[in-house]
Design a protein around this ligand. Structure first.
Ligand SMILES: [Zn+2]
Ligand SMILES: [Zn+2]
Length: 303
């Protein structure tokens, strides 16, 4: 089953060196989630052949422009192209005001329902839960309220052990109960334990998106063991003071978080415009954690 992250942009602040600000698409079983929507996101979607009409959930981490200035363009284009399916937008409460004022002043009445979900940047919450896919907020430590997002493909139901189920002649009507972990009890009172009839569910797959944030060791427990971690790496470590002042992280710090959290893989992004060549940032993160890759636009990461 597909669980894939496509990078559309991974620059901080300004578009430069043909790099675009933050935006990613997470595809879980052909459900497409847009995460942040910096300037130019729609153009990037066209470039990388991501059909924007398939996006029905958009998650905005915070209200610095490099994370949402592409949103109104996308909302308007969906309207102009005749979208009728509802669009869910998750983000800071004030984002709703920004959207409303722009639609008001252009006297636009959207042809589709826009459902806005305000996020609380102080308490983590499950904000989406449908068909084995969950999205949870991650509380980040930034200059303004900011949430990251944890995407989880979770399997709560056990798998039937077909051979054993047949051998014991379990009726089909009971299969759902078996998947929920119940033992089977025969009319004569004999119990067949669930563990003989089912197999454990496959492990959850998890992707954690953390941008923007100061180096914060509280993240280690939150992203522990994830399959893929995106952590911002705005600066190199010789600018660690600058990173601290601006509530950003360095490539080395991203590597430290990944190593201490025991994640499978790290991707770094949110690169400052001061770095034309990004490989020194990669090397620096690698000095702390080997399984690291630059999050470059056009790249896809499968979990
Ligand atoms: Zn940013
Ligand atoms: Zn920011």
């Amino acid at each position: 089953m597909i669980f894939e992250v496509s990078i559309l942009g991974s620059s901080s602040a300004t578009p430069i060196y043909q790099r675009h600000p933050s935006a990613q698409v997470v595809n879980i079983h052909e459900r497409f989630f847009l995460v942040d929507c910096g300037e130019g996101t729609l153009i990037q979607m066209n470039r990388y052949k991501i059909k924007f009409h398939r996006i029905s959930h958009i998650f905005i981490s915070h209200l610095h422009g490099d994370h949402y200035l592409g949103l109104l363009g996308l909302i308007s284009t969906m309207h102009l192209q005749g979208r009728t399916a509802s669009l869910n937008v998750y983000g800071p409460a004030k984002l709703k005001e920004i959207i409303d004022i722009q639609l008001d002043y252009s006297e636009t009445e959207l042809r589709y329902p826009l459902v806005f979900h305000p996020l609380d940047a102080t308490t983590p919450a499950c904000i989406y839960n449908e068909d084995n896919v969950e999205v949870h907020t991650i509380i980040l430590n930034h200059r303004i309220p900011c949430t990251g997002f944890m995407f989880i493909e979770s399997h709560k139901l056990r798998k039937l052990n077909k051979e054993s189920v047949e051998e014991h002649g379990i009726p089909v009507e009971f299969f759902h109960e078996l998947k929920n972990g119940k033992d089977f009890v025969r009319p004569d009172g004999t119990i067949i334990p669930n563990s003989q009839l089912t197999l454990p569910p496959p492990p959850d797959r998890r992707y954690a998106y953390c941008s923007d944030t100061i180096y914060d060791e509280r993240l280690i427990g939150i992203v522990r063991g994830v399959d893929l971690l995106y952590h911002e790496a705005t600066f190199m470590d010789d600018r660690v003071e600058r990173a601290r002042e601006t509530y950003h992280s360095t490539a080395r710090q991203a590597g430290i978080i990944a190593r201490n959290a025991g994640v499978q893989r790290l991707i770094i992004g949110h690169f400052s415009a001061r770095y034309k060549n990004l490989y020194p940032l990669l090397d620096e993160a690698k000095s702390e954690f080997n399984q690291v890759t630059l999050a470059l636009e056009g790249d896809r990461f499968s979990i």
